[in-house]
Design a protein around this ligand. Structure first.
Ligand code: ATP
Ligand code: MG
Length: 262
């Protein structure tokens, strides 16, 4: 049998990610900002991943697009929802996964999956920014810290401060007041992590959590959020090495299946 080379591209609200699979093994990947031109982001993410794999577009036999911007990827042969892709990607990384929590830029999702990585049920919060990466980005800006540093900073918290608003706009002005009142950034960040975890845990408990729980999406890179969620759900959470690539990985796995069929 010849080689099967495929790609998955996830055009999300904040990041566009691509994964190249050669015979179902990852050989290239990329993560870039989506920006204002999702089509250009998709092409650039794909080309960067191809460069890493040492491959060319012509060698791809199937491309699957996912994410909110999946319909702006002309070079994709098929579009598949993020729910299906995160489920398959998480299953590939950790086959024992039965619950996937994906926190991205603009929404959060809890997906229950079976032993084959198929979706049993899911729930999504896309009505408000609280409980998303966007919320954390807004707060990082107000606090003048880098997104990447929030996990470590929050771990240095020594006392609890209260943030009562569940709405991003009101929580933002609460954070401004807390800074003015002289509260440590570490304590504020830790409370923000608790607030995000509370929202997502609420979603998870409504749909029901089965172990093993895996976390995907960029926010899973924040250890503070993962720990806060573990506390609220009373379980450990596995985080794949590149949680932000899991959607694109799932899309690539579907592309591989399609390529086998055609
Ligand atoms: N190194 C990092 N440390 C902490 N948080 C991070 C890091 N990298 C990304 N993030 C978080 O991940 C979020 C983006 O996640 P992701 O790329 O999965 O979103 P997306 O897929 O574009 O969004 P959506 O799925 O909602 O359309 C950012 O808002 C940020 O909060
Ligand atoms: Mg996403």
């Amino acid at each position: 049998m010849g080689e099967i080379m495929v790609a998955g591209i996830d055009v999300g609200s904040l990041s566009t990610d691509a994964v190249i699979l050669r015979n179902r093994q990852v050989t290239g990947s990329s993560i870039i900002r989506t920006g204002a031109d999702p089509k250009a982001a998709a092409e650039r993410a794909l080309d960067e991943a191809l460069t890493m794999a040492g491959e060319k577009r012509e060698r791809l036999c199937f491309v699957v697009g996912t994410g909110y911007g999946r319909f702006s990827i002309p070079l994709a042969h098929r579009q598949i929802t993020e729910i299906t892709c995160h489920a398959l990607g998480a299953h590939y990384m950790h086959p024992e996964t039965r619950t996937v929590i994906d926190i991205g830029g603009q929404d959060s999702k809890v997906i229950r999956i079976n032993g084959r990585g198929e979706v049993d049920d899911f729930m999504m919060n896309d009505k408000c920014a609280a409980g998303t990466g966007r919320f954390l980005e807004v707060m990082a800006q107000v606090l003048e810290v880098q997104m990447e540093d929030m996990g470590a900073l929050g771990a240095g918290s020594t006392k609890q401060v209260s943030i009562s608003s569940t709405c991003t706009v009101f929580a933002e002005s609460e954070v401004v007041s807390l800074i003015a009142a002289g509260h440590a950034k570490e304590d504020i960040i830790s409370s923000l992590h608790e607030a995000v975890a509370e929202r997502v845990a609420g979603l998870a408990l409504r749909i029901g959590v089965r172990e093993t729980v895996a976390m995907t999406g960029g926010v899973a890179k924040n250890r503070g959020i993962v720990k806060a969620l573990e506390g609220k759900l009373g379980t450990t959470i596995v985080v794949p090495p590149e949680p932000q690539l899991v959607g694109a990985l799932g899309a690539a796995l579907l592309a591989h299946e399609q390529a086998l069929r055609s």
